[in-house]
Design a protein around this ligand. Structure first.
Ligand code: NAD
Length: 375
């Protein structure tokens, strides 16, 4: 099987779908691995490091896309590049499937197999291929480091002969994978952390990391069987926004990570709440790239409000630690390929009866096979 990893084309993308360690694993399985020259340039892996572990480095992107049996890449492909894939080729990447019906149709027309990393089921068996989690974890870390860098103060309490500096107060909204890492990182830096999530079990996890849980009675807020939150009603959101206002006003840093699978993130910090925050306080919105939890935040930008609150809406937080983000993402790819690898044929057979494949294979053999996207 010929596996090709093209370089990312989005200017904000710094990650690579394969790193040398992943290539080594794939070559060990018996795959032929080809990487585009410069693949690891922004994640500190020169072409030579891929060659050393058995990959072929090429500059022929189009030709390699057209001849590969399996393509790995981070971001969704352009329509032009889907058009280059050969019949039967497997393409694994983030695909944004809820917002890309045309791309999905094109994969089907092209008779190639599209696998969406977003749709990998959240089961124990599939954990090693869960790229949403591997990346969210690093994004959570980066969100706090970014906030610490933007704040004109320090995070830990310091008792000095010149007086005591109080610890920074950090409020984390959304205690999923990113939120938990944000809490852990802020605690490690010495901040006093408060956290909120609609899932009660997440509040307990926050407490076990030493954060104070904000408890708001929102009525029924049960999650899905995949561990994701369900969308709140407008009345519940209103209640949440109100209850959070006081905590925001007292916080030096607010980190928002709240997402609802397959939908736009809820707006949880309204303009009047931002207006009530202290000058110099910082809000980092991890959901900014997909719409944002904070009213008035500009995706991909940093702005300062009239009352001096810094709004950080950067995109691709995990890309700021591209070496480690690529390391774990590449491991997710390699683990997935290894999991389904057939020793005899030295290839990845598609089996839609398999629970993991049923969850994340979107198109196969000329049709949209995934239940959620058939229509
Ligand atoms: P996510 O990125 O979809 O959402 C982030 C967080 O936002 C979630 O905790 C969600 O509850 C929260 N949220 C949604 N609406 C909110 C609101 N109005 N206010 C506050 N918070 C809100 O979630 P995620 O981080 O990808 O993971 C969610 C859960 O899935 C976690 O509990 C995680 O432990 C679990 N998980 C399980 C597995 C597995 O079993 N293999 C793997 C990964 C994650």
């Amino acid at each position: 099987m010929k596996i090709f990893a093209p370089k990312e084309t989005d200017p904000i993308e710094t990650r690579a779908s394969l790193d040398p360690a992943a290539v080594k694993k794939l070559v060990g399985l018996g795959a032929e691995v080809i990487v585009e020259s410069g693949l690891g340039l922004l994640s500190d892996h020169p072409d030579s490091s891929y060659e050393e572990v058995g990959a072929t480095v090429t500059s022929d992107r189009a030709g390699s896309l057209g001849s590969a049996d399996l393509v790995t890449r981070v971001r969704k492909p352009s329509s032009d590049e889907v058009g280059l894939l050969k019949e039967g080729a497997i393409h694994i990447s983030f695909l944004d499937p809820f917002n890309e019906p045309d791309l999905i149709k094109q994969f089907a027309t092209q008779k190639s197999t599209a696998i969406s990393l977003e749709m990998v089921p959240r089961t124990t068996l599939a954990q090693k291929m869960d790229a949403i989690s591997s990346q969210a974890n690093l994004a959570g870390y980066v969100s706090v480091i970014t906030a610490a860098n933007r704040l004109n103060g320090i995070f830990p309490m310091m008792m000095t002969p010149a007086g005591t500096i109080s610890p920074a107060k950090v409020f984390v909204v959304g205690i999923g994978v990113a939120g938990l890492q944000a809490i852990a990182t802020a605690k490690r830096l010495g901040a006093r952390v408060t956290a909120f999530d609609v899932r009660p079990e997440a509040l307990e996890q926050a407490e076990s990391l030493g954060a104070k849980a904000l408890r708001i009675d929102l009525g029924e807020t049960s999650g899905t069987d995949q561990g994701y939150a369900k969308e709140l009603t407008p009345e519940q959101i209103e209640k949440q926004v109100e209850a959070q206002a006081k905590v925001c006003a007292q916080s030096d840093v607010v980190i928002t990570t709240a997402k609802v699978f397959g939908r736009k993130p809820p707006v949880l910090i309204k303009k009047d709440v931002v207006a009530g925050m202290q000058p110099g306080s910082v809000i980092v919105d991890l959901a900014a790239e997909t719409g944002g939890n904070v009213e008035g935040i500009t995706p991909g930008e940093e702005t300062v409000t009239e009352n001096g609150v810094k709004l950080v809406g950067l995109a691709n937080f995990e890309g700021q630690v591209s070496k480690h983000a690529s390391q774990v993402l590449a491991a997710n790819f390699a683990n997935m390929i290894e999991h389904f690898w057939d020793e005899e044929t030295k290839s990845v057979p598609i089996n839609l009866e398999d629970e993991i494949q049923k969850g994340c294979v979107i198109t196969h053999d000329g049709t949209v096979v995934h239940d959620r996207f058939k229509d």
